[in-house]
Design a protein around this ligand. Structure first.
Ligand SMILES: [Ca+2]
Ligand SMILES: [Ca+2]
Length: 177
C-alpha cells in the first residue's frame, strides 16, 4: 500500500515544459542599419507544431520601403547535414512594390529529383519596428527535430551578395526542439 501511494505521488507531479530557443547576437557592421542584424532567434512553440523565427535589426525596417527597391530578410535552414545543400530558406522580402513571404523547399532540387518549391504565406509575418517575427508550421519544414540555421539580409535579388549574416561567414546556430 505504501508503494502504491509513492507511485501515485510521483506521477502526479506536473511535468515542466520549456520552450526550446536558440539565438545569435551580431555586431553592428552594415549600412543601411535596417539591414544590420543585431539579434536573431528561433523558438519552438511547444504544443502547437509551430516554430517562430525572429530577426532584430539595428534600425526599424521601412514599412513599406520605397517603390522600386528590394529588401530581403532570410533564414537558411540546414535540416539534414548528411545531405549537401540548404534544405529550406524562409524569405520575407519587399519585391519592388509589395511584401511577400514564402518558404523555399530546396530538398528535391538539391537531390536533382525535382524543382524548387515555393510555399507562399500570408498572415504569418509581424513587424514591430526593428523586429520582425514569423511563425511557421513545422510540417512546412519537414517537421525536423533539430536543424542548424543562420539569418541573412540583402538589398538586391540573388545572386547579389548578402549585406549581413549572423552568425558571420559560414557559421551556423544549432537548434533542437
Ligand atoms: Ca550585424
Ligand atoms: Ca543539408
Amino acid at each position: 500500500m505504501l508503494m502504491l501511494v509513492i507511485v501515485l505521488a510521483s506521477t502526479s507531479v506536473p511535468r515542466l515544459v520549456y520552450a526550446s530557443t536558440s539565438e545569435i547576437f551580431d555586431a553592428n557592421d552594415t549600412t543601411p542599419a535596417y539591414l544590420d542584424i543585431v539579434h536573431a532567434k528561433v523558438t519552438d512553440q511547444v504544443g502547437t507544431g509551430q516554430i517562430s523565427f525572429m530577426m532584430e535589426l539595428a534600425e526599424a525596417v521601412p514599412n513599406p520601403p520605397e517603390t522600386g527597391t528590394f529588401v530581403a530578410y532570410n533564414w537558411q535552414l540546414d535540416t539534414d547535414p548528411s545531405l549537401a545543400g540548404i534544405e529550406f530558406i524562409i524569405v520575407i522580402r519587399w519585391l519592388y512594390d509589395h511584401w511577400e513571404t514564402y518558404v523555399l523547399d530546396q530538398r528535391a532540387f538539391n537531390q536533382g529529383t525535382g524543382d524548387l518549391v515555393q510555399v507562399f504565406l500570408t498572415d504569418e509575418v509581424a513587424f514591430h519596428g526593428a523586429t520582425e517575427h514569423i511563425t511557421i508550421d513545422a510540417a512546412l519544414l519537414g517537421d525536423p527535430s533539430s536543424f542548424r540555421w543562420r539569418s541573412l539580409t540583402r538589398d538586391a535579388p540573388a545572386p547579389a551578395p548578402f549585406k549581413d549574416q549572423a552568425p558571420d561567414s559560414s557559421g551556423w546556430v544549432d537548434f533542437s526542439r
